[in-house]
Design a protein around this ligand. Structure first.
Ligand code: SF4
Length: 334
């Protein structure tokens, strides 16, 4: 999946990514053979239910998978040939913040509660090799805080003195302090109220455009995705089941799971008539045969329990992993 998107060049080519967790009951394949190309300067949204593998995927790209989890295979290759998954510990440290940075889900848990915001940002910069006098670094910190909409005085405050939204802005400032090419944002606004959520996402978008960085946003709020992302990927059971532009995914979803996700979004027209997705999320320790979605899929046929579909391009730039499309694809190709 590496054709250019809107004439943009690929930034990171992820192929065959596998992340497993070893449990007493066996191996859970949390990320299962994921292929995805991220392009320079794009905003990509990754959506799925809890346990679909989206957060695990970005933790793998940051090399932050902890035991009993491990990266069982695959590559994540930058445009200069650097494979993020093959770096040693020192190379990983050098890559973080300079090339790949993360905006975490829980701002409070990622800020040190006993160090003032400005100090911790300076410490982070120094830990990642930035040199310079204290005044020089502090001036950079203040500039970064202003970029994310915080006043310079925020530098001298402790995390508990900031509101939830301000803390999240401080985390964003920290993430962009070394101008990363790729920003991984894990549900960065999930703990915030709707108004603050929109403001933070707007700030993230302005920064992304200003830095010409690529943002991979993980979340489950389809409304937020529709507003923020240019392309969207849908994950189910550790697999990427559909990828397309926001307009493809919302107006013309091709995978039955995506279709159900879209139809479950509440709207004014369907007020009071909420539709869920039938069945329960699959067990990664005991996944179904064939297509992982077949026990819940309203369009499943006998073949779906036997054969595993693969991602196929169903229209230019839109990919879906479903046997219904595979048959069409094969017929068109022959
Ligand atoms: Fe549904 Fe079959 Fe397509 Fe899977 S392969 S999504 S079960 S129709």
């Amino acid at each position: 999946m590496s054709e250019s998107v809107n004439n943009r060049e690929p930034l990171l080519d992820i192929s065959g990514l596998e992340v497993h967790f070893e449990t007493r009951r066996g191996i859970a394949r949390a990320v299962n053979e994921v292929d995805l190309t991220l392009y320079k300067g794009e905003r990509f949204g990754l959506v799925g239910e809890s346990g679909s593998g989206k957060t695990t995927m970005i933790l793998a790209l940051l090399r932050m998978i902890k035991t009993p989890g491990f990266i069982a295979g695959g590559k994540a290759v930058f445009d200069d040939g650097t494979d993020l998954l093959a770096l040693n510990a020192e190379q990983v440290r050098q890559t973080r913040l300079k090339r790949v940075a993360m905006v975490p889900q829980g701002a409070m848990n990622s800020l040190n509660p006993v160090i003032r915001i400005g100090e911790q940002m300076m410490l982070t910069m120094r830990e990642h090799g930035e040199e310079g006098e204290r005044d020089e670094l502090m001036a950079r910190v203040v500039g970064l805080l202003e970029k994310v909409g915080l006043k310079p005085e925020a530098a001298s405050l402790y995390p508990h003195e900031l509101s939830g939204g301000m803390k999240q802005r401080a985390c964003i400032a920290q993430a962009i302090c070394l101008n990363p090419q790729l920003i991984l944002a894990d549900e960065p606004t999930s703990a915030l109220d709707v108004v603050v959520q929109r403001q933070i996402m707007q700030t993230l978008r302005q920064l992304q455009i200003g830095l010409d960085a690529t943002v991979l946003l993980v979340g489950h709020d389809m409304g937020l995705m529709a507003q923020f992302a240019e392309r969207v990927g849908i994950m189910y059971g550790g697999k990427l089941v559909e990828v397309g532009t926001v307009s493809d995914i919302f107006r013309n979803p091709q995978h039955p799971y995506t279709q159900l996700l879209i139809s479950s979004i509440p709207s004014f027209e369907t007020r009071g008539d909420f539709k869920g997705i039938p069945g329960v999320a699959l067990s990664l320790l005991d996944p179904p045969s064939g297509c992982l979605f077949h026990p819940r899929c309203p369009k499943a046929t006998d073949a779906c329990a036997q054969r595993e579909p693969t991602l196929k391009e169903v229209s230019p730039g839109q990919w879906a992993s479903c046997l219904l499309h595979e048959e069409e694809h094969d017929a068109t190709a022959s």
